[in-house]
Design a binder for this molecule. Structure first.
Ligand code: NAP
Length: 262
């Protein structure tokens, strides 16, 4: 293990990172929710910087589209991993880990991006089934997939796991219910994993809070908002690339807000 416990980049450095064109060459990165929104653009961006991308999502047709987009930009051949994180079992995730070990070999990065909003409702009236669904997709499945993939990621020379938080996870906000709670717990999970592993492995855990970004989820949360006033997923990719590249070795246990004024 190399000495990589010291944070070497500030959050500004991460937000403003200027990647070298081959900074992800030779890395294999699994992206959840890769079929749409921020996850789709992260998958395309990782491929454009040389990574082999494993596309996990629940809608096969969307994964096929992203697969074709990566092929047409000349990226390394990706793989599609259709999985519904709401219903997936731990055994299925372990099978996925075995398959990656056998068919792909290494796994260097895992971007936990898939998420659902649930409803914007006071907790007193929050539908308990919706609550469970949001917790399963945003938190429990994130934990399960992390644990299932740990053997592969710990084998990587400098593995990186990136979770996705939100401003309402960092500072819980009225009416954001299960979504805010799930994101707060994801930040806690990243912190606990960091504490438990920082002295025994090079694998690093961090969270990204993308900030207000022009996607379907944002449009559902803020239907009256002009989407053109928002950054696009492409605008915020520097931080996503930085935390997957070896330039961020030493950055651990951080919650990086990519648009800190939100
Ligand atoms: P999005 O456009 O709604 O995309 C979400 C992605 O997650 C989609 O690819 C979706 O697949 C996938 N997904 C949802 N449920 C799934 C399930 N059960 N199994 C597998 N995949 C599933 O959302 P986004 O705005 O890009 O959000 C990406 C992440 O950033 C989320 O974690 C979100 O909480 C976070 N975030 C977003 C913003 C923002 O302003 N956009 C702000 C803060 C945090 P389908 O397309 O097949 O449904």
């Amino acid at each position: 293990m190399t000495d990589n416990n010291k944070a070497t980049l500030s959050h500004d450095d991460i937000r403003n990172f200027v990647p070298k064109s081959d900074c992800l060459l030779g890395k294999t990165i699994l992206v959840t929710g890769a079929g749409d929104g921020i996850g789709r653009v992260a998958a395309l961006t990782y491929a454009s910087f040389g990574a082999t991308v494993l596309l996990l999502g629940r809608t096969s047709s969307k994964l096929e589209y992203v697969y074709d987009e990566i092929e047409s930009l000349g990226g390394a051949q990706p793989a599609m991993l259709p999985m519904n994180l709401e219903s997936a079992t731990f055994a299925e995730m372990q099978q996925l880990e075995h398959m990656i070990h056998k068919e792909v070999g290494a796994l260097d990065g895992l971007l936990h991006n898939a998420g659902i909003l649930g409803s914007l409702t006071p907790l007193e009236m929050y539908d308990v089934n919706t609550f469970a669904e949001v917790m399963k997709v945003n938190l429990t499945a994130t934990f399960m997939l992390t644990q299932a993939m740990l053997p592969r990621l710990k084998d990587a020379p400098n593995g990186s796991i990136v979770f996705t938080s939100s401003a309402v996870g960092t500072n819980p906000r009225a009416f954001w219910g299960a979504y805010a709670l799930s994101k707060q717990a994801v930040e806690g999970m990243s912190d606990i994993f960091t504490q438990e592993t920082k002295n025994t492995t090079n694998l690093r855990f961090n969270c990204i809070n993308p900030g207000a970004t022009r996607t379907n989820m944002r449009a559902h949360a803020y239907p009256g908002e002009n989407p053109l006033s928002l950054k696009t997923p492409e605008d915020i990719m520097a931080g996503y690339v930085c935390l997957m590249s070896d330039d961020s070795i030493g950055v651990r246990g951080q919650v990086v807000a990519l648009q800190p004024k939100d």
